[in-house]
Design a protein around this ligand. Structure first.
Ligand code: SAJ
Length: 403
């Protein structure tokens, strides 16, 4: 039986996937409300394809409990926050999950850590826990998740995976567990290499997005269309530039690269600059708004509306969202309120928030598309005749402004 600890964006889909493929699974979370909701058949977040998977897992007998189970295999997928000042990972949730696990684990149990951790965390912060608890019989494994919010279920099936283990035997055992549903290649390596690969993957994407964002600024300076330039450059067989945007959000790409900056401050220079470039994008958007308002002869009383609060399209996750960062920075500089709307955010999270697209559009003079949700794509003709700043390059209407 597998006990999945932490039923958030990663743990829950993983638990459901294992259960749907014949593995006995108990999902554990310290939040009683999460357990109650899941037991009564309610999902705790939206994600493409998860409803059917949940149904199937329930038919297959998945269980949910607030207690850690007495078993031989654990998958830990709890959050790993980072300290904004030191730029280092805060492993407190992983430490506490492993500590609790060691109290109940069967002899020779395997603890798989899926949470993202910076290279060296297992050696430095987790392995000592086994010694302290007198549980050196327990094996540690790192199997970092790689699935992308918005397409998690598909990616759980098809992505290649990395397993970091102390011995080939343990690595192969966990490989067989993931192979129960994973159709991709599963590579077994050592623990620290697995830790490094995960952080490097997200850093690679952050640096490449920063390059696109920097190009957007350079092209804006010379009044060139950055998207046209990227499109043409990408016709070269060895060039593949990503898309500029209003900033980088989410709890992965905007966070994990800082672990390398925090741990290797004198070495991770390109990474440090890239993160600063991405973090400066909401302010760049704000200046774009001022410039467009000036060009259009608008004044401070003009009503500016930000479309989208989540960190990217078609998800309900607002962590590190560029829109929230923009709102925070504009409050410091100006006084007038920005109106905000997001179809994925039902509850009130910011001032001047709308819950209906039509009223939002009616009440604004300039619309800034911060997130390219499908909803706005389906309603694009409602933007005809409006002043629009499209930071995602999704709107092909005449006269629309871009980054
Ligand atoms: N973004 C751009 N331009 C682009 C692509 C993305 O501005 O060309 C922005 C998005 O709008 C968003 C942010 O970057 O604000 C991050 O979005 P994302 O879609 O690139 O990635 P995440 O954070 O949703 O998921 C990433 C993925 N990592 C990689 O692609 C290397 C995913 O596979 C990981 O599992 C996930 O992080 C994680 O949990 O670590």
């Amino acid at each position: 039986m597998v006990n999945v600890i932490g039923l958030g964006y990663i743990g829950l889909p993983t638990a459901l996937m294992l259960a749907s493929h014949g593995i006995r699974v108990v999902g554990t979370d310290y939040n009683e409300k999460v357990i109650e909701a899941l037991r009564s058949g309610h999902l705790t977040f939206k994600e493409k394809g998860i409803d059917r998977l949940f149904e199937k897992a329930r038919e297959c007998g998945i269980m949910f409990d607030i207690s850690y189970q007495n078993t031989d295999t654990y998958i830990i997928s709890v959050p790993t926050p980072y300290d904004k000042f030191s730029k280092k990972i805060d492993a407190k949730f992983v430490v506490s999950a492993v500590t609790e696990t060691l109290k109940v684990a069967k002899e020779n149990a395997i603890i798989v850590i899926e949470s993202t951790i910076s290279p060296g965390t297992i050696e430095k912060s987790i392995r000592p826990l086994l010694r302290q608890a007198g549980r050196e019989d327990v094996q540690l494994v790192h199997a970092p998740e790689r699935i992308i919010p918005g397409n998690m279920v598909e990616e759980l099936y098809h992505n290649n995976r990395t397993i970091g283990a102390d011995s080939m035997e343990t690595g192969e055992q966990i490989k067989r567990l993931y192979a129960s549903f994973c159709l991709g290649e599963i590579v077994v390596t050592d623990i620290q290499s697995a830790e490094m690969t995960k952080v490097v993957e997200n850093t690679y994407r952050a640096v490449n997005i920063a390059f696109a964002n920097e190009l957007a600024k350079i092209c804006r300076h010379d009044n060139l269309d950055v998207y046209e330039i990227i499109r043409i450059c990408n016709m070269h067989p060895r060039v593949n530039i990503l898309q500029p945007g209003p900033g980088v959000g989410g709890h992965c790409i905007s966070v994990d690269p800082w672990f390398l900056v925090g741990d290797y401050p004198s070495l991770a220079k390109v990474i440090d600059e890239s993160m600063k470039t991405n973090d400066a994008m909401p302010a760049f958007v704000l200046h774009r708004i001022y410039d467009i308002m000036k060009e259009k002869g608008m004044n401070d009383l003009s009503r500016v509306g930000l479309y989208g609060l989540t960190y990217k399209e078609n998800v309900d996750d607002m962590r590190e969202s560029p829109t929230l960062q923009l709102l925070e920075s504009q409050e410091k500089h100006l006084g007038y309120p920005l109106k905000v709307y997001d179809p994925f955010i039902i509850e009130n999270v910011v001032d001047h928030q709308y819950h209906d697209l039509d009223s939002f559009l009616n009440d604004t003079d300039i619309i800034v598309i911060m997130v390219g949700h499908d909803e706005i794509l389906h309603n694009i003709r409602k933007l005809v005749g409006k002043v629009v700043l499209d930071t995602r390059n999704i709107c092909c209407l005449e006269g629309v402004y871009h980054l």
